[in-house]
Design a protein around this ligand. Structure first.
Ligand code: F0G
Length: 459
């Protein structure tokens, strides 16, 4: 069969409140043209993030009822630990309330001021946790990732030459090397097994622990199965185990490929390190058999990790992201190529080429998607990564001007995707009429969450 269907039936539904253009105009104005400030029940299709926004399965809900909420020694923890160990092979499993808590515990125990931590691309919470202890987060994305429109199978790879040079001649201590699978900061692009193997080999030669930021490990395993020689006949579980076997530990946000609404974990094979991490866990998250989670969350994750490795689920997920990417490309919308595992990234700088960078084309497109059709996306451009010089007021743009359309897991069907495609087709025809924006109010840090914008009239 050529048609790839959603490999599930729908048992429980959540109504979408449809809004009129006039309502949306008023909602936008009230939110200061910042989509983070819009109540989610005023959104028609929410593509803000794929994190914690997925639908749980009947088996997960059944497991939730089995959740044992004992403070110590809960069997829910044993089931969670068994699943994580079975898939990752790591000896020590520390439950946390989400990915960034695992990052914080790792940064506090493994790092000190002046250290350098490389990664293909650090996610912003990983970077922030590394910087919070005075260390430097270094991005070593592969050269292929810099060409937005060029297609390559593994644009998420870490730059091995740069990593080798760094480890040969470290400017200061390098206590851990990370690779993020898939590379969210680089467009949800996968990392090949060959690249992971080579990075792991370099780290072992230099005695440096090698870690995975494993949030989207199952999506990455599917890409390896599809694109890398020798993996077509393997199960996703086998591929995932091979990925984890190359690493000494991982951080994980179970809100992605844990198929859960909350949760995370930190793993390692190093007993002394795990003991120090557990001490901090008790201080900041909770007792070691629940971390920052309820027993029911541990149960949902224990089931969800395997569901993410189900081949027909990944076929559907990749087909729907790819379908969106192909149809946008056919409609003349420039996107980061090829489509990522969890999201499509639109190149707003070239889509809205009439807008100067200081008028935030990414934000302008995100606003227009909401105005036109109630779609919420997220700007990954100069609002998020740019800076205003406090002395001169001059805006320093970010490296790219992207708008991310992140697909929640098992939530939207093909007709929802068609609605997104149609929205873009309509916007494309009138794009020269889309105005830019300026920031009228912003906080000192993380301005994208709370800044207030106003429209700039077209010249
Ligand atoms: N690492 C990566 C690669 C991520 O994408 C995220 C979260 C985290 C770590 C942090 O995990 O949210 O559970 O604390 N990414 C979400 C996103 C927020 O929208 O991409 P968390």
């Amino acid at each position: 069969m050529r048609t790839i269907i959603e490999p599930f039936r729908i048992k429980s539904v959540e109504p979408i409140r449809m809004t009129s253009p006039a309502e949306r105009e008023a909602i936008l104005a009230a939110a200061g043209y910042n989509l983070f400030r819009i109540p989610s029940d005023d959104i028609v299709i929410d593509l803000l993030t794929d994190s914690g926004t997925g639908a749980m399965s009947a088996e997960q809900w059944a497991a939730v009822m089995r959740g044992d909420e004992s403070y110590a020694g809960s069997p829910s923890f044993r089931r969670f630990e068994k699943a994580v160990r079975d898939i990752t092979g790591f000896a020590h499993v520390i439950p946390t309330h989400q990915g960034r808590a695992a990052e914080r515990i790792l940064a506090t125990t493994m790092l000190r001021a002046g250290d350098v931590v490389p990664n293909n691309t650090h996610f912003d919470t990983t970077r922030a946790n590394i910087e919070a202890v005075g260390a430097t987060a270094l991005d070593l994305a592969s050269p292929a990732s810099r060409e937005l429109s060029a297609s390559a199978p593994f644009k998420g790879d870490i730059d091995l030459e740069a990593l080798a040079a760094l480890l040969e001649n470290p400017p200061s201590r390098v206590p851990v090397v990370f690779v993020t699978v898939t590379n969210n900061g680089g467009g949800g692009q996968p990392v090949s097994m060959a690249n992971l193997r080579a990075a792991s080999g370099l780290c072992r030669r230099h005695g440096v622990p090698f870690y995975l930021d494993a949030c989207r490990f199952a999506e990455n395993a599917y890409f390896i199965r599809q694109r890398e020689t020798g993996y077509a006949g393997k199960s996703l579980l086998e591929i995932a185990r091979e990925m984890f076997a190359l690493a000494d530990g991982c951080t994980m946000s179970a809100k992605k490929d844990g198929m859960a609404n909350i949760g995370g974990f930190l793993c390692s094979n190093d007993e002394r390190l795990a003991r120090a991490e557990t001490e901090l866990l008790i201080l900041t998250e909770g007792f070691p058999t629940y971390g920052g989670l309820a027993g029911r969350d541990l149960e949902a994750i224990a089931v969800g990790l395997y569901e993410a490795l189900d081949l027909s689920y990944q076929q559907y997920r990749h087909a729907s992201v790819q379908y969106l990417g192909e149809h946008l490309t056919a409609a003349g919308v420039p996107i980061l190529q090829p489509p990522g595992g969890h999201a499509i990234y639109v190149d707003a700088a070239s889509f809205l080429a009439h807008l100067p960078r200081e008028q935030f084309p990414g934000q302008a497109l995100a606003i227009e998607l909401y105005r036109h059709a109630g779609i919420r996306s997220v700007e990954v451009g100069s609002v998020m990564f740019g800076r205003r010089d406090p002395a001169t007021g001059i805006e320093q743009p970010g490296p790219n001007e992207l708008v991310r359309l992140a697909m929640p897991r098992r939530v939207y069907t093909q007709s929802h995707v068609d609605y997104i495609v149609e929205t873009f087709a309509e916007i494309t025809a009138e794009r020269h009429r889309i105005s830019g924006v300026r920031i009228v109010e912003q906080p000192a840090a993380l301005r994208h969450f709370t800044a207030i914008f106003e429209t700039v009239s077209l010249a």
